[in-house]
Design a protein around this ligand. Structure first.
Ligand code: GLU
Ligand code: MG
Length: 449
């Protein structure tokens, strides 16, 4: 149950690349794309031909540092650690996760870590942050299993939803039978365990969920799943949007984060003396997450558009509370049909989030809950919208930024460089869209995520 995304020293990485090259060549792979996610939540890539893989694995490929402060519209802001146009970083692929891409024949993919030019980890590397927090949890003899649901809207070449069939409707499955089959096949061929694939509520919306794994691996997987769906869609002449809201006033695209806490082989969300079988560690962990949730939204719901999605009655979890199978609570507890399945679902997050920042920060908050023995508040067993005492989560990006700025916990966990870079990006995006109508915001980011 231990999620281990380790880093390898240079010589090992080179040896790994040499070993992989023969197989990749036999599989007809011509190039490898290295993916990472910036603080705005956009996946950025570089690629190398197969012949350059060994060198790239050993030394990395150049990566411009100003992408630490890139915004959703590809403009740049500045943070205290910014060096503007000067300097370079190295993008180093993690070949443990090297995957031939089923929907892009001839290409393989690997998630990347960012290093400085002298070979030390870059303090602004989001994947490294997620790994560090994962290791801190493991030092307590615990581990986390995580999974991020992917919701997306498929659109035709004009940008209109490509199916108008009803929510969860068979019509959508019939209309897109070949497409959905190819999505399933591509994900499975890439070694992913698909749990479910279904039409979602909003027009043109679908959802896929995959098996839980270690936090860093789950973040990697999210990048891979989204990339794969996009590639399959392109082959079918379809466009894809993971934006928090596609159609104004309608249900949006969530990126719900499922979490379970384990001690060795024991799921601490099952068979314990607490509420619904929670063990004390799990109660404290989830209490820590709830306590920090307003600040965590700056990472899990990072876009101005996120707050057009995060509203009551859309199953988006707009209230700071928890409840068993409560789909309006930000934290929905799920007991599942077997011991291993019990988990908590953070519904308030969306797919504009950088998944590494999201899982790292949530784990840091959970860890703080464990360390201080925080009690889990009373359960909310009904729709919080009907309760006078219900607490809404931040209703705008500026409100989430306020909470983030007050979070000593996140500043400490992220480290000053990463914390400040994220803050600069959030402030700049809030500024970018200040005074825009909802429709303008949705239009501006619809095809960016
Ligand atoms: N699409 C909804 C959201 O924005 C979630 C629907 C559901 O899966 O419960 O989070
Ligand atoms: Mg859903």
């Amino acid at each position: 149950m231990v999620g281990m995304a380790t880093t390898h020293p240079r010589a090992e990485r080179a040896a790994q690349a040499r070993a992989a090259e023969t197989q990749l060549a036999a599989d007809g792979i011509d190039g490898v794309v290295f993916g990472w996610v910036d603080n705005a939540g956009l996946t950025r890539v570089k690629s190398v031909p197969l012949a350059q893989l060994e060198h790239a694995a050993e030394y990395g490929v150049g990566a411009v540092p100003c992408f630490d402060v890139s915004l959703v519209d590809d403009s740049f802001t500045a943070a205290p650690s910014s060096t503007g146009p000067v300097g370079d970083l190295r993008l180093v692929p993690d070949l443990d996760r090297l995957t031939p891409l089923a929907a892009q024949p001839g290409w393989a993919w690997a998630p990347a870590d960012r290093y400085t030019q002298d070979g030390t980890p870059h303090p602004g590397c989001q994947r490294r942050f997620a790994r560090q927090v994962t290791e801190a949890i493991e030092r307590r003899g615990l581990s986390v299993q995580a999974g991020i649901e992917v919701e997306w809207v498929v659109a035709d070449a004009t940008g209109a939803p490509a199916t108008l069939g009803p929510a969860y409707g068979m019509t959508r499955f019939v209309e897109h039978s070949d497409y959905l089959r190819e999505v399933l096949r591509a994900l499975t061929a890439q070694g992913l365990t698909v749990l479910q694939l279904h039409p979602e509520y909003a027009a043109g919306q679908f959802e896929v969920s995959v098996a839980a794994e270690g936090p860093v691996e789950a973040a990697d997987t999210t990048m891979l799943v989204r990339h794969t769906i996009r590639a399959v869609s392109a082959r079918h002449g379809l466009r894809v949007s993971y934006a928090p809201v596609f159609t104004e006033g309608s249900v949006g695209n969530g990126g719900h984060l499922h979490l379970s806490l384990w001690r060795q082989e024991q799921n601490l969300g099952h068979g314990g003396p607490g509420r619904h079988g929670l063990h004390p560690d799990a109660e404290q962990f989830f209490a820590g997450v709830l306590a920090e949730l307003p600040a965590l939204l700056a990472l899990g719901a990072p876009s101005v558009a996120s707050y057009l999605r995060l509203v009551p009655s859309r199953f988006a979890g707009a209230y700071r509370c928890w409840g068993l199978e409560n789909r309006e609570a930000a934290l929905r507890l799920i007991t599942g049909s077997a011991a291993g399945q019990a988990n908590a679902e953070l519904k308030c997050f969306d797919a504009a989030a950088n998944p590494y920042l999201e899982v790292g920060a949530v784990l840091a908050a959970g860890l703080a809950g464990l360390e201080s023995g925080l009690p889990l508040p009373p359960e909310t067993p009904s729709d919080p919208a009907a309760l006078v005492a219900a607490e809404r989560l931040p209703a705008s990006l500026p409100e989430a930024i306020d909470a983030y700025e007050k979070s000593a916990l996140l500043r400490q966990a992220l480290g000053s460089d990463l914390y400040e870079a994220v803050l600069a990006v959030r402030r700049a995006e809030a500024e970018l869209f200040a005074g825009h109508t909802d429709a303008d915001v949705i239009k501006a980011v619809r095809w960016r995520y």
